[in-house]
Write a protein that binds this ligand. Structure first.
Ligand code: SAH
Length: 272
């Protein structure tokens, strides 16, 4: 039977009635829902489909109770979702005309595979926008009440992963050399690699007494700070059972007794 154009279902490939979809790549912050930007919160509330990483908490997802939430994380015992699958899903959902939110822990631009997703969206000519978030390293500095660029100790900050990729090792000797005088190192994904990290930094010339802070679950109710120094960090983290997710803040700017939070952490550690 011949049907009028208006009767073509919206899902029909030739229907033009719905607006084209859009993808928002959003940094969900380190955990505390209050650290979402207002823009992120508004977009999450309006989302129809949400693709979410493991590190994004339930509080954040509570903002979009009606959305279809798809977990695409790489942890938690489930089989990891391939990046290629995620890229295709983003494109497919946007092409279907939906408002798609891709939520990542912390900030989008740090260790979140944003480059692959951006390339896939560009290649498919999908409209998209990137919304920044508070990265874990900055939440860790806030937790410790430290300045990462304390004027007497550091002129800058490096955000580094302890996990090289595709056989490319991190340039630890060069980083150690700069960190010795003027750079605070903020190291992600380090918990399983602290022994190797310690060796690399010591070999690169960073003194063993360099202060190190580990902040586990920064900004969450179970947040924990372990204050130590480079030479002792592997043993201290093992003794305190440091778990992922944690970031390490390494450098003179972290001098342990410069602030009351660190003094309290050190005192608590001393009394067991
Ligand atoms: N894009 C994220 C980083 C993802 S990589 C960001 O900007 O924060 C995952 C690593 O982030 C973890 O291994 C850990 O090092 C760090 N991380 C994420 N959330 C954290 C948190 N709440 N507290 C401490 N470290 C965290």
């Amino acid at each position: 039977m011949h049907r009028p154009v208006s009767a073509i279902p919206q899902s029909h490939p030739h229907a033009r009635a719905f607006p084209p979809g859009k993808v928002y790549l959003i940094g969900a912050g380190p955990g505390d829902v209050d650290l979402l930007t207002l823009k992120a919160a508004r977009l999450i509330e309006q989302a129809e489909v949400v693709l979410v990483d493991d590190l994004v908490g339930a509080d954040v997802l509570a903002l979009c109770p009606a959305a279809r939430v798809i977990a695409v994380g790489k942890r938690g015992g489930a089989r990891s979702t391939s990046q290629h699958f995620i890229d295709r899903l983003l494109v497919r959902e946007a092409r279907a005309g939906r408002r798609v939110v891709r939520l990542k822990g912390g900030d989008v631009s740090l260790f979140g595979r944003a480059a692959e997703e951006i390339a896939a969206l560009q290649a498919a000519a999908i409209d998209f926008e990137v919304v920044p978030g508070v990265t874990a390293g900055l939440a860790a500095a806030a937790a410790a009440q430290c300045s990462l660029t304390h004027r007497q100790h550091a002129h800058g900050v490096a955000f580094i992963t302890a996990q090289g990729s595709d056989g490319v090792d991190v340039a630890w000797p060069a980083l150690a050399a700069v960190a010795r005088d003027a750079l605070t190192l903020v190291v992600y994904m380090a918990v399983a690699r602290v022994t190797a990290l310690r060796e690399s930094l010591l070999a690169g010339g960073l003194p063993g007494h360099t202060p190190v802070l580990a902040v586990e679950n920064a900004s969450r109710p179970d947040q924990r700070i372990v204050a130590t120094h480079l030479a002792a960090m592997a043993d201290d983290f093992a003794a305190r059972r440091l778990l992922s997710p944690a970031v390490l803040l390494i450098g003179g700017a972290m001098k342990a007794y410069a602030n009351p939070v660190l003094a309290a952490a050190a005192a608590a550690e001393a009394t067991g």
